[in-house]
Write a protein that binds this ligand. Structure first.
Ligand code: MG
Length: 383
């Protein structure tokens, strides 16, 4: 959690600019009057072009545009445009605060580049820590960069931990909405439409389904362990359907600090940019007539939650395998090739088949990712 110098109205690089986090980060940046010096995205969509027009000074990178998109971007933007994944990494090396909202393992090299360059990484890319945990932490160590989490739960924990000594922490408590199937006994006949209807957060299809299986919460447990160095035995999940308490930290003296607010990703995004300062922003919370409820998660109906703890404790390549296998399984479910309950089966079988290996470099992570996908696809194809 480094020094104050990084925050002094430094410029912003926004990666995954056309996605949900990226767009909200741009909104926050404009509200704060912060300079956006670069925009990066995977594709070269029209969305990227219109963002580029909104920020006429910004460098623009598309990591993997189609030839047609590439030609259009080059025509419209000239020399401030570049393409390729290396160019995306280059952007991550250039500014003080890098918002990484890229979806998928394509976000990992940019996270490593930002941290190696001593930048602040406002991290929303799940794969960076889940798949590349040891590599990302080593990059921060090497380059002196700092991670400020953007995910609502980790931002909540990060904020609750400000001014605290980690040795006095007895428990991290991550809240989970419980997803749409919190009260549903039989999950074997869940349809795609049902799995895509998340009660409180509006997100992309994979993370919405991952929220319904609690896979997403398992990933967040792993991320919390890596971010704060707290043992898995001291990280709990509690189901809180209202999504108002974003997470909690319990201390040795019996005190618990909670971070509370309306579900609004712009709040954690803004905090990651302004930390350790705060700026005006989100909605005031209305405390009248609010009922907040908490219950234990059901590890039997949501086996991916327990598998996530197991993979986290196993360490090394296991979380990367879990992430890759889950992505393949979720896609197979979206495509109608497997049933909802097979998602967990495929993840479990992939973890068994792949075993645990050490990961030291981005290349190691990407190799495990590819191999795990192949294994998961093979299992999915045979069921
Ligand atoms: Mg979350």
């Amino acid at each position: 959690m480094g020094g104050h110098s990084l925050t002094d109205a430094g410029p912003l690089v926004i990666l995954g600019a056309t996605g949900s986090i990226g767009r909200q980060a741009i909104e926050v940046a404009e509200r704060l009057g912060r300079q956006v010096v670069a925009l990066g995205a995977r594709q070269g969509s029209d969305g990227l072009v219109s963002l580029a027009e909104r920020f006429p000074e910004a460098r623009v990178v598309a990591a993997a545009p189609t030839n047609q998109e590439h030609a259009m971007l080059r025509d419209r933007l000239g020399s401030r445009y570049a393409r390729g994944p290396e160019e995306l990494e280059e952007l991550a090396r250039t500014a003080a605060v890098v918002v990484n909202g890229i979806v998928g393992s394509a976000g990992l090299p940019a996270s490593v580049a930002a941290l190696e360059s001593g930048n602040r990484l406002a991290l929303a890319n799940k794969e960076s820590l889940v798949a590349g945990g040891p590599v990302v932490l080593a990059a921060a160590e090497r380059g002196g960069g700092e991670i400020v989490p953007v995910d609502s739960e980790h931002s909540a924990l990060f904020q609750c931990l400000q001014g605290e000594d980690l040795s006095s922490v007895t428990r991290l408590i991550l809240t989970a909405s419980g997803g749409p199937f919190r009260d549903r006994a039989d999950l074997s006949d869940v349809t795609l439409g049902e799995a895509l209807a998340h009660p409180t957060w509006n997100m992309g299809p994979r993370i919405t389904i991952d929220s319904s299986t609690l896979m997403n919460k398992a990933f967040e447990v792993i991320e919390a362990h890596l971010l704060f160095g707290i043992s898995y035995d001291a990280i709990d999940v509690v189901v809180h359907p209202q999504s108002i308490v974003h997470s909690m930290v319990e201390f040795a003296d019996g005190s618990t600090k909670a971070h509370v607010g309306e579900p609004d990703m712009r709040v954690p995004i803004q905090y990651a940019i302004t930390y350790p300062d705060r700026a005006p922003g989100g909605e005031r919370f209305d405390w009248s007539d609010r009922t907040l409820t908490f219950e234990k998660p059901d590890f039997d109906r949501f086996p991916l939650l327990g598998l996530g703890y197991d993979a986290g404790r196993a360490g090394g390549s296991a979380p990367a395998t879990m992430n890759a296998a889950d992505e393949i399984a979720v896609q197979a479910f979206i495509d109608g090739r497997i049933s909802y309950s097979m998602i967990a089966t495929i993840v479990e079988m992939s973890l068994e088949r792949m075993g645990v290996q050490a990961i030291d470099t981005v290349a190691d992570v990407l190799a495990i990712d590819t191999e795990s996908r192949n294994v998961a696809a093979e299992i999915a194809g045979s069921c």
